[in-house]
Design a binder for this molecule. Structure first.
Ligand SMILES: Nc1nc2c(c(=O)[nH]1)N[C@H]1C(S)=C(S)[C@@H](COP(=O)(O)OP(=O)(O)OC[C@H]3O[C@@H](n4cnc5c(=O)[nH]c(N)nc54)[C@H](O)[C@@H]3O)O[C@H]1N2
Ligand SMILES: Nc1nc2c(c(=O)[nH]1)N[C@H]1C(S)=C(S)[C@@H](COP(=O)(O)OP(=O)(O)OC[C@H]3O[C@@H](n4cnc5c(=O)[nH]c(N)nc54)[C@H](O)[C@@H]3O)O[C@H]1N2
Ligand SMILES: [Mo]
Length: 795
């Protein structure tokens, strides 16, 4: 199985490779942020947005979910380079109106990359693609709602509809959206979490009784030791570096566990400080463990083995608050060191050094992200992180705890509001009591199962609240075919993306207001609320005039759709909820646990923090009423001879499937994205050349999957590992390659073969398919290989 990539609009012949950097941020970050802001927004909008970003009376950054400092500690410029890019991307002055769609037929748009599609600008008007039509054309809002309502009512069962959510949706919109799905009659609420921190949520719910992290920003800043695993904060959570800098100034030591030596974990040049702008910056990681991909579970067990050996145990905590200790100890004492060596690829001295740093710390925070959650054994690994924290009592005390670092800015809030295909019964009971309808009780479909339902004809309508489903989900060709088999696909979006051009028999794009924009729904200024990665909830209100007069808020869209589908006399007062979001917050207060007096509490400067029993009082609402130690087998992922273990990650110039630009500055790549990072000795051993071109091929029971034409880049990392960017690599990941227990695509451990090819050969390779579509602009074959680092310059 292979999929022709839409290459026509990116000329990667000019790609440059300069070697990795050894510090993050600094003056270049400020310059890049300002350049991007000015290009997209111009000076006035740049000032108007950036100065309101993450301020108490401003709006929440559309980027990551890292929390804001206490109101009294915020800077005038409380944002990072990538936050500025995220804002610029939304507040751009470029627009995509009806003329655009008249000009560009689907046959052309389908050939475009997500990069090109996104760069066209903000969507301005609802558009429809009628069955068999060649172009999207304008449609009025009422007609669009009527059309969707009609198709939904025509389904054989409400479970034939899928209501996907990406993690930017506000709490208010999320609450009415899940309410609509359930009032319509389904729990099919797949979300981006299913591909992201689901492994974390599943593991933590089981072992600490709540699927959320247990720390505050203050804990991070006052920890004695921080373990940062499977996370690249320099790119994906840049404001976390300021917190790490504070921690270092308070004497903390940092252990980075990552196959790559990410610049943001080495050194931080804080652009808010003279020392950061002109000086050497702050050294961050004291110890970097270049673990082999997927070796974390074994590594954590080895560290625990040492701590047990040395008696570095908080006996009081273990006795009073935990369950299952003996069984776990038996497993870890008996550790198979040979398996540890093979799984981690580390030398035992390095592991011991990490264990010593933990032993010598009386307050440790554990941070992790996608490098941990997107593996077959991810749930087990997260539980092992929890085991280690329990052993030394590092939970529910200052400066210590579990810190899963969430992705999308409101992904945690969306879950709190009930965007969850497996929401617990007590939540459904409250919904029933508040609104007086009977919500469906059967669990719904998650993301991977949603694709299967479409593929198998069990789902007919796909509705996306934000996001870019076909590019974000694994197994691109299967997912695209699944999407094409739908009767109707609808996307509530701000920008054009691939999910709009790979569509069902009929398709609609509904353009929504972004977070930076003024929301005057119901004729009054509305604000929304969001929850960050540390359970802090606060208000957000955009300052800008909307990109077009036709835009509607997500709340407006959901409530009008509900009216069109369920009728004006439905038990839920949709029009009232739509016209005053305070009414929604009143319902949130009565339905969502721990949200009493919600509207009043979000009014406090900086908002409020949701309760978290393990963090607040060391109570663990698990089945056994205690924190649970759990023993997991020390597994080693087998990689056959001649194959590499590929992780699929983000470059510095993207937000998930939104591509801001073609540079990955910290890793030294400029002007292109189809690169695969490989250890110099593996390049030699595989008979390849640095700067040469390969097809990435993955092998599954049902055949091969191929992502063509990646340039090989020599890059320091453990032998046997490789890395390339997502979403270009999603065609390689079989839909069934998922984490056990969470069903999260295992996008960080894909066994691949590298087949040598020639640059520009894709055309020939797919010649018969591409022949009628012209040739790729400006990429003469065989040119453009530029300077690349010598192997001994790396690291
Ligand atoms: N600017 C920007 N910000 C973002 C995003 C974005 O795309 N752009 N995305 C947002 C979202 S939704 C999310 S979920 C987060 C993602 O934030 P991250 O999780 O930081 O994102 P990735 O780029 O997937 O990085 C994974 C990191 O894990 C490492 N890694 C890979 N495999 C392993 C492994 O087996 N073990 C260990 N220890 N490490 C491993 C990689 O080398 C890399 O450093 O960021 C959010 N913030
Ligand atoms: N191989 C591989 N695959 C992965 C990952 C990986 O690491 N490797 N990471 C996974 C992760 S962690 C995640 S979270 C998913 C991300 O999956 P998604 O959340 O589905 O994808 P995004 O790229 O964030 O969605 C971008 C689109 O959202 C729309 N949008 C932006 N802002 C708004 C808004 O305010 N309102 C509305 N309505 N729409 C808006 C725009 O139209 C934009 O095109 O991808 C997953 N896929
Ligand atoms: Mo994510």
């Amino acid at each position: 199985m292979s999929r022709r990539p839409p290459l026509r609009d990116i000329d990667e012949a000019e790609i440059e490779v300069d070697g990795a950097e050894s510090s993050a941020a600094g003056p270049v970050a400020v310059a890049v942020a300002m350049k991007r802001a000015l290009e997209q927004m111009g000076p006035v909008r740049s000032a108007r947005t950036l100065l309101r970003l993450n301020q108490v009376d401003g709006f929440d950054c559309q980027g990551c979910a890292w929390p804001d400092p206490d109101p009294s500690h915020r800077h005038t410029a409380e944002f990072c380079e990538n936050g500025a890019k995220a804002v610029a991307e939304e507040a751009t002055r470029r627009t995509v109106g009806p003329e655009f769609f008249a000009e560009h037929p689907m046959s052309e748009l389908r050939e475009r990359t997500d990069y090109w599609l996104g760069q066209q600008g903000r969507l301005t008007q609802p558009v429809v693609l009628r069955a068999g039509a060649t172009h999207y054309e304008p449609i009025g809002w009422d007609d669009a709602f009527a059309m969707i309502g009609d198709r939904l009512r025509g389904l054989a069962s409400p479970d034939e509809a899928l209501f996907y959510t990406s993690g930017k949706t506000s709490n208010e919109a999320a609450f009415v959206y899940q309410l609509f799905a359930r009032a319509f009659g389904t729990n099919n609420l797949p979300d981006c979490s299913n591909m992201c921190h689901e492994s974390t949520s599943v593991a933590l719910a089981e072992v600490i009784g709540i699927g959320k992290g247990s720390v505050t920003l203050n804990d991070v800043e006052t920890a004695e030791c921080l373990v940062i695993m499977g996370q690249n904060p320099g790119t994906n959570h840049p404001r976390m570096l300021s917190a790490l800098e504070k921690a270092k100034q308070n004497g903390a030591r940092i252990i980075a566990i990552n196959p790559l030596r990410e610049a943001g974990l080495v050194r931080f040049k804080n652009p808010q400080k003279p020392r950061g702008l002109a000086g050497p910056g702050t050294e961050l990681a004291d110890l970097h463990l270049p673990v082999r991909i997927n070796g974390d579970l074994a590594l954590l067990q080895a560290i625990a083995h040492h701590l047990l050996e040395w008696g570095a145990i908080d006996h009081d905590f273990v006795e009073r608050h935990t369950h299952g200790f003996e069984e776990w100890v038996d497993h870890v004492r008996d550790l198979d060191w040979d398996a540890v060596d093979r799984a981690t690829g580390l030398d035992r001295g390095q592991i011991r050094q990490a264990a010593e740093m933990l032993r010598d710390s009386s307050a440790t925070v554990f941070c992790w992200a996608m490098g941990i959650t997107q593996h077959r054994n991810a749930v087990a690994t997260v539980k092992e992180i929890a085991n280690l924290s329990f052993l030394q009592g590092n939970i529910g005390k200052p400066g210590a705890g579990l810190c899963p670092v969430r992705g999308h800015s409101n992904v945690q809030g969306d879950r709190t509001m009930g965007i969850w295909e497996q929401v617990p019964d007590h939540f459904l009971d409250s919904l029933q009591e508040e609104f007086g309808f009977e919500p469906p009780r059967e669990h719904g479909l998650d993301t991977v199962n949603a694709v299967k339902a479409l593929r198998d004809g069990d789902a007919r309508v796909f509705f996306g609240m934000g996001g870019n489903f076909v590019s974000a989900v694994s197994d691109t060709s299967v997912t695209e075919d699944a999407m094409r088999s739908a009767d109707l696909t609808v996307h509530v979006s701000t920008k054009l993306n691939r999910s709009h051009v790979v569509h069902g028999r009929e398709a609609l794009i509904l353009p929504a207001l972004g977070r930076s924009e003024r929301d005057l729904t119901g004729g009054r200024p509305q604000r929304v609320t969001v929850e960050d990665s540390m359970s802090a909830v606060h208000a957000s209100q955009g300052p800008l005039a909307p990109a077009s007069d036709h835009l509607r808020s997500e709340v407006d869209i959901v409530c009008n759709l509900a009216l069109a589908t369920l009728g004006g006399d439905h038990v839920v007062p949709w029009a009232t909820l739509r016209d005053d979001y305070t009414e929604i917050r009143r319902r949130i207060a009565r339905v969502v646990p721990d949200c009493e007096a919600y509207d009043e509490k979000v009014d406090q400067p900086g908002g409020f923090v949701l309760p978290h029993p393990p963090r607040d009082t060391r109570t663990f609402p698990t089945e056994v009423g205690k924190a649970r130690f759990t023993a997991s087998p020390t597994d080693v992922l087998h990689v056959p001879e001649g194959r590499l273990l590929l992780q699929t990650m983000r470059s510095h110039d993207q937000f998930n499937t939104t591509i801001y630009g073609l540079d990955d500055r910290y890793r030294g790549v400029k002007g292109g994205r189809r690169v695969v990072f490989v250890h110099p000795e593996d390049i030699a051993a595989l008979g390849l050349a640095d700067g040469g071109y390969v097809d990435l091929v993955s092998e599954w029971d049902d055949g091969e999957r191929r992502a063509p034409e990646f340039r090989v880049v020599a890059y320091d990392q453990p032998r046997g590992c490789a890395a390339a960017y997502y979403p270009e690599t999603n065609p390689l990941i079989a839909l069934d390659h998922v984490a056990e227990g969470s069903n999260c695509p295992s996008s960080k451990s894909v066994v691949v073969r590298l087949d040598p090819t020639e640059q520009g050969s894709t055309e020939a390779h797919y010649g018969s398919i591409r022949s009628d579509q012209g040739t790729r602009a400006g990429s003469p074959a065989g040119t453009g290989t530029k300077r690349s680092p010598e192997p001994d310059q790396l690291g």
